[in-house]
Design a binder for this molecule. Structure first.
Ligand SMILES: O=C(O)C(=O)C[C@]1(C(=O)O)C=C[C@@H](O)C=C1
Length: 284
């Protein structure tokens, strides 16, 4: 079984993939960008793909969500994995002068307060993943660089952590979706069961959003998230992503929405699993 993930090894996505598929029979295949991870699944070169979708500090990972709604066809999320996220600042040695800090934009945003306070002069550069940043820093010991990445990246690429847990608040979590055709057996605690829909509302229907949400209320379905994203057509045109608690009324809900002229894309019905933190893992 092949699983595509946002690489390289020791990224947060790698940790989520490992937690879902710890067996040696699972072959984890690294891709450079989130789009490439999803495409690898679309073109059949992997059986499952795992991508980050939302962080509790920084919000949605737009590259994942936009691709799944606007470009992908018929891709379903089969499981969600929630990972506690701790960001570490790492360099080739403890007392290194730091002129530039590299990381994934989500990790930079989660750590921005720390960076502004402690490294106001440093240049900040985005990379495609945290682990890529760590690997790059390790490969350029002659430059005054640091990376923001998971603890596992420091070990993997031989870097020294110079500041621990620099994310804005301690309670920091990222949701990852596992895309696939079948529901895999995952040996992690289950938190809840959810469903995600992406909706485009009919034009010229006054109160369209209100009426759409009324349908959820009528079926007693509890929404857990609603977000609008640009349709990338014209200014002011949006689609909505809605997460809700799973309900057996799901087919009736979709039918009622479609009857109103709402275009519905099903992104998945899935169990939500929770990983334990690095610290909890070490104590086991
Ligand atoms: O760069 C990584 O390590 C990733 O797996 C990506 C990603 C993200 O896109 O949100 C995953 C978790 C963290 O929130 C930061 C970065």
């Amino acid at each position: 079984m092949k699983i595509g993930f946002l690489g390289p090894k020791a990224s947060f996505t790698y940790a989520a993939a490992k937690a879902a598929f710890p067996e040696n029979t699972a072959e984890l295949i690294a891709f450079d960008t989130i789009t490439e991870v999803i495409r690898s699944y679309e073109n059949g070169s992997v059986d499952f793909a795992i991508v980050p979708v939302e962080n509790s500090i920084e919000g949605s990972v737009h590259q994942s969500v936009d691709y799944l709604y606007l470009q992908a066809d018929n891709i379903r999320t089969q499981a969600e994995i929630i990972q506690p996220i701790k960001q570490q600042l790492m360099a080739t040695s403890q007392n290194r002068k730091i002129e530039k800090i590299l990381s994934h934009p989500q990790a930079i945003a989660q750590s921005l307060k720390y960076l502004q306070q402690h490294f106001p002069e440093a240049k900040i550069e985005s990379t495609d993943s945290t682990a890529y940043a760590a690997r790059y820093v390790a490969a350029h010991p002659d430059k005054n660089l640091a990376a923001i990445a998971p603890l596992a990246s420091a070990t993997e690429y031989g870097l020294t952590v110079i500041a621990h847990d620099i994310q804005e608040i301690d309670e920091n979590f990222t949701r990852f979706w596992l895309l696939g055709q079948t529901v895999p057996a995952i040996n992690l605690p289950i938190e809840t069961q959810k469903m995600t829909l992406a909706l485009t509302l009919p034009d010229n229907l006054p109160g369209a959003l209100y009426k759409t949400l009324q349908v959820f209320a009528d079926f007693g379905i509890n929404l857990t998230k609603i977000e609008s994203r640009p349709l990338k057509t014209f200014l002011g045109e949006y689609f909505f992503i809605l997460d809700a608690q799973y309900s057996d009324n799901y087919p009736y809900l979709i039918h009622a929405l479609e009857k109103m002229g709402v275009s519905v894309k099903k992104l998945g019905r899935y169990k939500v699993y929770k990983m334990s933190s690095d610290k909890e893992n070490k104590m086991k």
